[in-house]
Design a protein around this ligand. Structure first.
Ligand SMILES: Cc1cc2nc3c(=O)[nH]c(=O)nc-3n(C[C@H](O)[C@H](O)[C@H](O)COP(=O)(O)O)c2cc1C
Length: 410
């Protein structure tokens, strides 16, 4: 019998969802859609590799709920059933090998880079910090009616994902996108029912949850990815995050994924992590430990896990129920199989640096370099861990132009 904790199955009680092991492939934006934002053969090949790779739950890269609010040129969008067949094919391939495939759904709000959309929208008209203003366009505050329309868009995309055969959805409420902007006291300065105290800032996310639940029913799992903190002085704090997660637990959310940070502070990639955190691998482990004392909602802890021993330890101490992995699975899609068979060796995953500090500090190279690896797998090739970051940057600039490089997002 396999004694490895990561190999044990888990049941999400409310929806009676059985997940065959504790490894979750976390969302990675693929940037591989057609020009019309539909799934491609490359997407199918990539998700086949992940389904065969052994993770119990695979979460897609963020799929946009509105084609007027894209993050990047090749984002996938699901807003109507005109091409549902392609999404059905994606779901069918991604759920082979008894894999759960959940669609991550997202609206970027003002975190869209210049040139991608005509007008960025946000909870309030608050600019990004000066060194990011060169990337992001000015934004305007959403009206009450527009907020309600976006809530319905999330519900619509979730229902379409269910119809296509995805086995769950994950709402992206982390990393500085629209929901995360609503949660942040820095970016949400509204005076109405959507702003002010954390109870009001949480309203947008709770209304999205209710709207989705009404459309997908009680037996379809809904997850939420959320920041442990924005790591900004006036941003969404740890205490607020704990409050929001307790409320989500009461509402009946099936699975919470913990991450942290935004473009303003790229904590999700372990930027500026303390040495003690680096030793324990998982960037947000301490936070998960605190959270587990207060709530019983099943957790995925994501960011930094690289060894089987650290994963098993986090599971055994009860700090988390699942281990979220992103970058390792962009290089080794079958890494979960080796973990499950207890044959995995320690991964050497180094920060991706070009030596140009303006670029390296923001986590942009992590996105560019790793998405090039996803593209290789989509073409049926193996990933190339030795690929030079500088060459990756040059190729990106050459192929897509400087502007598109700036459009990479998490
Ligand atoms: C290329 C790339 C794309 C990403 N896209 C998304 C995304 O669409 N949604 C999301 O929630 N996180 C995204 N992330 C963040 C990962 O899900 C994860 O939180 C982060 O990489 C830390 O986990 P790791 O240390 O296992 O890589 C992305 C990361 C990478 C490298």
């Amino acid at each position: 019998m396999n004694q490895t904790k990561v190999a044990q199955r888990f049941i999400l009680k409310q929806t009676s969802t059985i997940i065959k092991n504790r490894i979750v492939k976390s969302a990675m934006s693929e940037g591989m859609s057609t020009e019309n934002h539909l799934p491609t053969n490359s997407i199918f090949r990539l998700y086949q590799a992940w389904a065969e790779g052994g993770a119990g739950l695979v979460i897609t890269g963020n799929v946009k709920v509105d084609d007027k609010s894209l993050g990047e040129p090749r984002n996938i969008v699901l807003e109507n059933d005109e091409n549902l067949e392609l999404f059905k094919k994606w779901a069918e391939i991604g759920t082979t090998n008894s894999t759960h495939l959940w669609m991550q759904i997202n609206h970027p709000g003002k975190q869209v880079l210049k040139g991608v959309v005509d007008e960025a929208v946000a909870p309030s008209n608050v600019p990004f910090q000066p060194n990011l203003q060169r990337f992001f366009p000015k934004s305007r505050a959403l009206s009450d009616i527009e907020i309600k329309e976006i809530i319905q868009r999330f519900a619509n995309t979730a229902e379409l994902a269910k119809r296509a055969g995805f086995t769950g959805v994950q709402v992206h409420a982390a990393h500085g996108y629209l929901i995360s902007q609503f949660l942040s006291p820095k970016h949400n300065q509204r005076q109405d029912e959507w702003g002010g105290p954390v109870e009001n800032r949480f309203r947008f996310l709770s209304e999205i949850y209710h709207a989705i639940r009404r459309r997908v029913g009680d037996k379809f799992p809904i997850g939420v990815k959320i920041n442990s903190s924005d790591f900004m002085k006036t941003g969404f704090s740890e205490e607020e995050s704990q409050f929001v997660i307790s409320e989500l637990d009461k509402l009946g959310v099936d699975l919470i994924e913990i991450s942290g940070g935004t473009y303003e502070k790229a904590a999700l990639f372990g930027k500026n992590a303390k040495p003690s955190t680096v030793t324990r691998e998982a960037y947000f482990l301490e936070y998960a430990e605190k959270l587990k004392q207060k709530t019983s909602v099943p957790l995925v802890l994501t960011g930094g896990f690289r060894t089987l021993s650290a994963m098993n330890k986090a599971l055994e101490t009860g700090a988390t129920d699942f281990i979220g992995l992103a970058r390792p699975l962009a290089l080794y899609p079958d890494y979960p199989n080796s973990l499950l068979e207890n044959k995995a060796s320690k991964l050497s995953i180094k920060p991706i640096k070009t030596g140009i500090s303006f670029i390296d500090g923001k986590g942009l190279m992590e996105l560019t370099w790793y998405s090039q690896q996803l593209n290789r797998i989509g073409k049926g090739k193996k990933a190339k861990p030795t690929f030079s970051p500088l060459l990756s940057l040059i190729i990106t600039l050459f192929k897509n132009g400087k502007e598109v490089f700036q459009k990479r997002r998490v």
